[in-house]
Design a protein around this ligand. Structure first.
Ligand code: DP6
Length: 326
């Protein structure tokens, strides 16, 4: 088998990954928890071909060279080493979500690449091995290999820093209503952000407290306890942004409209609506609610000035192979 196609979802972190203890292996400073975003996906075909002089990368029909391709080759080199093959590969990848929408595509991209690349190379990796491989490309990609609600354990080394499901998608019908407030490309990406996280005097406290937040979040998901879940989500997101804002150089991702959405969400919750927010390394606000609240939350979000668009995602399944060829 020299060709394989895989599909995987991006994910939204409830307890955030921010900062590495090893930037090359992408070993995180703290564990994290997320849910996969159904309906949004990356589909990637990897095809090893003896005639190719180097790896080729095509994303949404455009050929990519430079650092983007090098990052893909880095993962393919690991795969080639494991499978003991030498052919270069053509990698064709497509996202069904707009790249300017501020939904991190690296998570779904590297999860799909790890699965398609290893399959095309003739390997049958376990979920743990796939999650570790995806992690080397993008930390959050480790969490897009398993399905549903997922925890990436911090681990002690490359061998045990992988993600696993803590609950199936149908365990709890949460929905991520993504309030798009900016489609402009962010100036500082996650990789650079991780590398300066340690310059913030707040990072040590954030990391030291992470096991407590992980336990509260995990238990809240398992018990479907929305109020506890909401408090820990917002605390964790705010703590990460406090670290970002106080690192050198300082990273300010929020826009006025992001703050407006966060304020409204807190207000709605004080009125008894089960809703909360979390924000990644960008301006868009992920508003999380139960499926039963989606219509009303959507209507409210659309009324906020500065909200340009909304994307909705239910809880998604694992990365999967969608097609095999020769
Ligand atoms: C804020 O996984 O995108 O979304 O490993 O450098 O690709 P790289 O970083 P990435 O970082 C994600 C940061 C975050 C929080 C999270 O998803 O946990």
């Amino acid at each position: 088998m020299s060709t394989a196609t895989a599909q995987s979802h991006p994910n939204i972190a409830f307890i955030k990954y921010w900062g590495n203890r090893d930037n090359t292996l992408r070993l995180p400073m703290n564990g994290s928890i997320s849910m996969n975003l159904d309906g949004l996906y990356t589909r990637t075909t990897v095809s090893f071909q003896p005639s190719l002089p180097f790896d080729e990368l095509i994303i949404n029909g455009h050929e990519i060279a430079g650092a983007g391709r090098d990052r893909v080759s880095y993962i393919l080199d690991i795969v080639r080493g494991m499978a003991n093959i030498h052919e270069r590969a053509e990698v064709m990848s497509e996202n069904n979500f707009p790249s300017g929408a501020g939904i991190a595509s690296s998570a779904s991209a590297f999860a799909a690449l790890a699965l398609a690349g290893s399959k095309a190379a003739g390997l049958n990796l376990s979920d743990q091995e796939l999650s570790r491989l995806a992690r080397r490309g993008s930390g959050s990609a480790s969490r897009s290999i398993p399905g549903g609600y997922v925890e990436w354990q911090v681990g002690t080394s490359d061998e045990d820093s992988f993600a696993f499901s803590i609950a199936e998608p149908n365990h709890w019908n949460l929905v991520d209503c993504i309030a798009i407030v900016s489609t402009s490309h962010k100036k500082t990406g996650s990789t650079e952000g991780h590398s300066i996280a340690g310059t913030s005097p707040l990072q040590a406290a954030r990391v030291a407290d992470a096991p407590r937040r992980l336990e509260i979040c995990r238990d809240a998901i398992l018990n479907r306890d929305f109020n506890t879940f909401a408090s820990i989500l917002e605390l964790d997101s705010d703590m990460m942004h406090a670290v970002m804002m106080t690192s050198t150089p300082a990273l300010h991702y929020w826009k006025l409209a992001s703050l407006e959405v966060m304020n409204c969400v807190r207000q709605w919750r004080s009125e008894g609506i089960q809703v909360c927010y979390t924000v990644d390394a960008g301006a868009n606000v992920h508003v999380i609610c139960h499926q039963t609240e989606v219509l009303s939350i959507n209507k409210r979000l659309r009324e906020i000035r500065g909200v340009e668009d909304l994307l909705l995602a239910h809880v998604g399944g694992p990365a999967k192979i969608v097609e095999n060829g020769d």
